[in-house]
Design a binder for this molecule. Structure first.
Ligand SMILES: [Ca+2]
Ligand SMILES: [Ca+2]
Length: 202
């Protein structure tokens, strides 16, 4: 912590992050500078994180989703994200269909952190995702997935689960790898919704 004032990343952390993310040394240094500018203490609180999220989605209500995302990245559960947790979050939420991303998605959906996902946890996350989609975009969703309940039913059926079944991490990752429809349904993809809208309006 001693060198946080000098504005330089420690060599150890830099090597660690280069190894575990797709970012270059220059990118990481640049991220670190802007991170320190926003958060001079070197830590992002949940409230700050929600604010950052809200600025991305001015016409929706991303608070609930931001809360779940924050929880899933606060690896040591101390209520703040340090630079490492922040960069890992950035990396995972922006990368493609990698195993690490799916592991993260599992921890996002495992709301109580007990190592399995039940249907009500899926509904909680899907409900939070729906709050991020503005009402105009919601109208373009397919009939069988245009409410959190319907979308949750669809996901649960894809996994071949009954009402009170539980989903293990292995099943979650395998199902998502094998079925792009599941991947699409468990993610928040505002861009896709916008593309669909565009197509419809043409
Ligand atoms: Ca933390
Ligand atoms: Ca759980």
């Amino acid at each position: 912590m001693g060198n946080s004032k000098s504005g330089a990343l420690s060599k150890e952390l830099l090597e660690d992050l280069k190894l575990n993310t797709k970012y270059t040394e220059q990118e990481l240094s640049a991220w670190y500078q802007s991170f320190l500018k926003e958060c001079p203490t070197g830590r992002v609180t949940e409230a700050q994180f929600q604010k950052i999220y809200s600025s991305f989605f001015p016409d929706a209500d991303p608070k609930a989703y931001a809360q779940h995302v924050f929880r899933s990245f606060d690896a040591n559960s101390d209520g703040t994200l340090d630079f490492k947790e922040f960069i890992i979050a950035l990396h995972l939420t922006s990368s493609g269909k990698t195993i690490h991303k799916l592991e993260w998605a599992f921890s996002l959906y495992d709301v109580d952190g007990n190592g399995t996902i039940n249907k009500s946890e899926v509904l909680q996350i899907v409900t939070a995702i729906f709050k991020m989609i503005n009402s105009e975009d919601q109208k373009s969703l397919a009939e069988d997935e245009n409410t959190p309940e319907k979308r949750t039913d669809k996901i649960w059926e894809y996994f071949g689960k009954k009402e009170n079944d539980k989903l293990s991490e292995g099943e979650f990752i395998q199902g998502t790898m094998e079925n792009d429809e599941i991947l699409r349904l468990i993610q928040f993809e505002p861009q896709k919704v916008k593309e669909q809208l565009k197509k419809r309006n043409q």
